[in-house]
Design a protein around this ligand. Structure first.
Ligand SMILES: Nc1nc2c(ncn2[C@@H]2O[C@H](COP(=O)(O)OP(=O)(O)OP(=O)(O)O)[C@@H](O)[C@H]2O)c(=O)[nH]1
Ligand SMILES: [Mg+2]
Length: 482
């Protein structure tokens, strides 16, 4: 007995969100696999959805068409049974003899008669009418463990939810709320734990399933942390190059054009890296309808030139100043050989804090977004000269990037798989997280950022692992903090 796979049939009235509940619970956002639709009667057959870890099936949910004529079915069953409370035998007879007239009821009762537990989905926004009471009664007759799920879609009139709760409380072993459009990991896990409470028979299997779900969630976060760390490193190491001809050197307008083109190229490449990072995160969290880009040219990447972004994301001025001191970056202003100006690059900016390069620190004004010609003009072999650009000359840059990732990671975790609308992962108007990092974490990341930005990523060193943990911890805070 204990080795058989626990099975739960998701039942309820048509269009109550039964399929959406399964889709969210099992993280299936593919309409081909689970049809979720505003048209009532979309699910026409009982369909099993398996939870598989490794190759082992752990639990099975059966999506059903739902009740369509519960009051008539109830009367029919009572009529067949006569005096007293009908049980499984009468229900079996009903399915066999009257299944033709009650096709939907037959399909949903079959798995229950085969031993599945009941997951009854209702929307307490709907008035509690007789037909719902008939459904509850029939489900009670199955004698199977029963969990009622209130999938609250719209606000119910005052008192109605309580009315539902009371009725459900008397006909079901357990009543829980679960919003198929909003439930996140915690709610999904709670629902699995609730199943454990009602289904004693399968305790071992369900307990194992729950710990596998928890383990897998941690693994995903670990994988996500690796993706984020690699993105940050690649973004900071990113350089774009262009050849400089003699003509460019002679004509300042040509030279400037070259620089402008290169700057555009730099931000394009950065956006590509960013999109790649989110693409991987969406895959880890099994989203297909949540998109990084809309297919058009209006991908809302982190708008580095928006003042707002610099206000809500990244570290505060005080934190940056502290960080500059703590990471002991190279001191002294450096005159850029190509422009004759002061470079604001990583390391060098830290060195000139308080000087000209730190102007924006004073007034909270829009910081210098210039992409540095940090390495200036390089002479390769022979006569060829190269312009090299990247990264932006502001020590807050990696923190802004990281906040952009964290805020959108939060959006990924919030998205329920039961939804069927396409959503574009834009630039959410939310506060960042890095400002609330513990100082130790800021110091660790700050040091690593500077190394990466200088092109000296400490590959193979301890700090790389520590950075991975720090990112993982940060992702965990995003997931748990809201
Ligand atoms: N706002 C909101 N809509 C929901 C929620 N759950 C389901 N819906 C919507 O309700 C409609 C019906 O959802 P389904 O999951 O297809 O319902 P069903 O009970 O499986 O329907 P049938 O298979 O036709 O019996 C869909 O348009 C869903 O997107 C929810 O929690 N909130
Ligand atoms: Mg359905």
């Amino acid at each position: 007995m204990s080795e058989s796979v626990p099975e739960f049939a998701v039942v309820g009235r048509v269009n109550m969100g039964k399929s959406a509940v399964i889709a969210t619970l099992l993280e299936i956002d593919d309409n081909e696999l689970i049809r979720v639709s505003p048209t009532p009667g979309e699910t026409t057959r009982a369909q099993a959805h398996k939870v598989v870890f490794g190759k082992k099936e752990c639990v099975r949910f059966i999506d059903t068409p739902g009740f369509s004529r519960p009051v008539e079915a109830m009367r029919e069953i009572q009529g067949m049974h006569g005096e007293g409370t009908p049980g499984r035998d009468t229900l079996r007879r009903f399915v066999k003899e009257k299944g033709g007239d009650f096709a939907d009821e037959k399909r949903l009762l079959e798995p229950l008669l085969d031993g599945a537990g009941v997951l009854y989905v209702v929307d307490p926004g709907k008035p509690l009418r007789d037909d719902f009471l008939a459904e509850m009664e029939i489900l009670r007759w199955t004698g199977r463990p029963r969990l009622a799920l209130m999938n609250v879609r719209e606000a119910a009139p005052p008192g109605q939810k309580e009315q539902w709760r009371e009725k459900l409380g008397s006909a079901f072993n357990l009543v829980r709320t679960f919003n198929a459009h909003r439930a996140k990991y915690e709610q999904r896990l709670l629902l699995m734990k609730a199943l454990l409470e009602i289904e004693e028979r399968h305790r071992g299997m369900l307990e194992e399933t729950i710990s596998l779900i928890e383990l897998e969630w941690d693994e995903r976060r670990n994988e996500a942390a690796e993706v984020v760390r690699e993105f940050l490193a690649e973004a900071l190491e990113l350089r774009v190059r262009a050849r400089i001809e003699d003509k460019d050197e002679r004509m300042p307008t040509r030279r400037k054009q070259k620089e402008d083109d290169l700057r555009v190229k730099y931000f394009d490449r950065l956006k590509k890296l960013e999109r790649g990072c989110f693409g991987k995160l969406l895959k880890i969290y099994r989203h297909h309808l949540l998109k990084v880009e809309s297919g058009e040219e209006n991908f809302q990447d982190i708008d580095l030139e928006s003042e707002e972004v610099w206000m809500k994301w990244g570290l505060s001025r005080g934190q940056l100043t502290l960080l500059a001191a703590a990471t002991g970056a190279a001191g002294g202003a450096v005159v850029d050989i190509s422009t004759g100006g002061l470079t604001h690059g990583f390391g060098t900016l830290l060195g000139v804090l308080g000087g000209a390069g730190a102007a924006w620190f004073k007034g909270g004004m829009l910081p210098d977004l210039r992409v540095d010609l940090k390495q200036g003009v390089k002479f390769s072999t022979g006569e060829t000269k190269e312009l090299v650009m990247g990264p932006p000359g502001n020590i807050n840059f990696p923190w802004i990037l990281l906040d952009g990732v964290l805020v959108r990671y939060g959006r990924i975790l919030e998205r329920a798989h039961g939804r069927r609308d396409i959503e574009v992962l834009g630039a959410p108007d939310e506060e960042g997280f890095t400002r609330n990092f513990p100082q130790e974490r800021r110091k660790l990341l700050g040091k690593w950022f500077v190394d990466c930005a200088k092109g000296n990523r400490p590959v193979g060193k301890d700090i790389e692992t520590k950075v991975l943990w720090a990112v993982e911890e940060s992702l965990g805070e995003v997931g748990g903090g809201k």
